[in-house]
Write a protein that binds this ligand. Structure first.
Ligand code: RM4
Ligand code: MN
Ligand code: MN
Length: 432
């Protein structure tokens, strides 16, 4: 299906026409303020326009918890419809040119057709996510007691084969990476031999790494707990890093912001992984308590900024092997997922550009002089700069909407999709 008429280029231009004057005025003010600190706003606009984060296909459907899922109107029913929603997000906000698929949720008969459909919307595919945390209908062996670290070699072989199939699918879609997150772990002390379980995982991952094409990478995603609550196979960045070291050059560590204990210094984890050339990239989201999968920047925007501060620092230093993949991983239970994803992408751009505003020379001078408050004040100056007009100008120049959520609401896209995609009756619990 082509782009919905309601969000045509003309529609966006009409919407922008009313806001352009005031946006330019605000941008000019910001440009002058930044110039006083030697910062070129135009260069920042270019960088924002080049910034991209991948949308998770599972994020465009209404998410749920283990208690219930309350579907939204017009939820996409298959990956082709998910691509349509991703296209709307990209069209309006111009920050999300890639899509990260999840297999088997996004399995189709014709992958070239899926790739083509995405391409017609200007979308490409990012890392493929494998799924050995559920039993798809008709599967021979169960993942109830684990997958890649299962005690039964036949289950491990099945899980390895699934990951290899994900690589094959990814090749057809134009991906260059496989993300592996497993739910393996234990719920009782003594249930699992902690050393043997890790051994089995590493051996299984070796086979997956051996199946990777030369220019592919595998992203190892750690997570502290859930659904296993006593122990988890890859609970932390340290285990992830040690495993990635053993697996070699193609293996690196993915940081999902929600997968840490509360108050953990994630920006320092990022800096460590950069230092050891093992930072794969991110699953961006926000959290208050755990793997809450809340919208990026909605709870702790300063922490998000501090993470980008490390990333910009690494980029400036031309840190070896530094090429992080940016993806969102969120579950939208109470909002329209399209709106949440638009806003999340903007919050990521905001943190990115605020980190670019930091005067690196001034920061370094303060650090070298042990001027703790001075260093902090430089970060705070950047973080408290309202870059909204700059982000709006970047969107405008890229062909997007100055106020993308307002434009989306005015388009009545959701109402149109609610008619085309009748809700599936009944509710069920589940993450997606
Ligand atoms: C996990 C993890 C994975 C995601 C699943 C749905 O907690 O974040 O990345 O694929 O949830
Ligand atoms: Mn994740
Ligand atoms: Mn998660």
């Amino acid at each position: 299906m082509s782009t919905p008429i309601s969000i045509s280029a003309d529609f966006i231009a009409d919407h922008n026409a009313r806001l352009e004057g005031v946006t330019t005025e605000d941008y000019d003010g910001l440009r002058r303020a930044l110039a006083r600190h030697g910062t070129d706003a135009e260069a920042l606009v270019q960088k924002v326009m080049a910034f991209g984060v991948a949308i998770p296909t599972w994020g465009v459907g209404t998410g749920g918890t283990r208690f219930a899922r309350f579907p939204g109107p017009g939820d996409p029913r298959n990956v082709f419809e998910k691509i349509e929603d991703c296209a709307v997000i990209q069209r309006l906000a111009r920050a999300t040119p890639r899509v990260s698929p999840h297999i088997p949720w996004d399995m189709v008969d014709d992958y070239p057709a899926l790739r083509e459909k995405a391409a017609t919307h200007g979308l490409a595919f990012d890392a493929v996510n494998s799924n050995t945390f559920q039993d798809p209908p008709g599967q021979e062996l169960s993942y109830k007691f684990g997958s890649l670290s299962h005690t039964d070699a036949r289950v491990r072989a099945q899980a390895i084969a699934h990951n290899v199939e994900c690589i094959d699918i990814g090749r057809k879609l134009g991906s260059k990476a496989l993300t592996v997150w497993i739910a393996d772990g234990s719920n009782f002390a003594g249930q699992s031999n902690l050393i043997k379980a890790l051994d089995r995982y590493i051996d299984a991952m070796r086979e997956i790494v051996a199946a990777l094409p030369a220019d592919w990478r595998v992203f190892i995603e750690h997570k502290l707990y859930e659904p296993a609550f006593y122990s988890t196979a890859i609970p932390d960045w340290g285990t992830s890093f040690a495993v990635a070291q053993e697996l070699g050059r193609k293996a690196c560590c993915l940081v999902d912001l929600g997968h840490h204990a509360p108050n953990v210094n994630i920006e320092q984890i990022v800096a460590r992984l950069v230092r050891f050339k093992k930072l794969a990239g991110f699953h961006f989201n926000d959290s208050k308590y755990g793997d809450d999968d809340l919208d990026s920047g909605s709870v702790e925007p300063f922490r998000l900024f501090l993470i980008f501060n490390e990333l910009i620092d690494a980029e400036r230093r031309k840190a070896e092997g530094f090429a992080p993949a940016y993806m969102i991983d969120q579950s939208h239970n109470v909002t329209d997922p399209i709106e949440s994803l638009i806003q999340s992408a903007i919050e990521l751009q905001r943190a990115f550009v605020q980190a670019l505003i930091v005067d690196r020379a001034a920061l370094e001078a303060a650090q070298e002089a042990n001027d703790a408050l001075g260093a902090y004040l430089e970060l705070k100056r950047a973080f408290t700069t309202d870059v909204s007009p700059l982000l709006a100008v970047a969107r405008l120049r890229a062909g997007g909407a100055i106020a993308p959520i307002a434009a989306y609401r005015a388009s009545a896209y959701r109402a149109q999709k609610a008619k085309e995609r009748p809700a599936v009756s009944g509710t069920s619990a589940g993450i997606v």
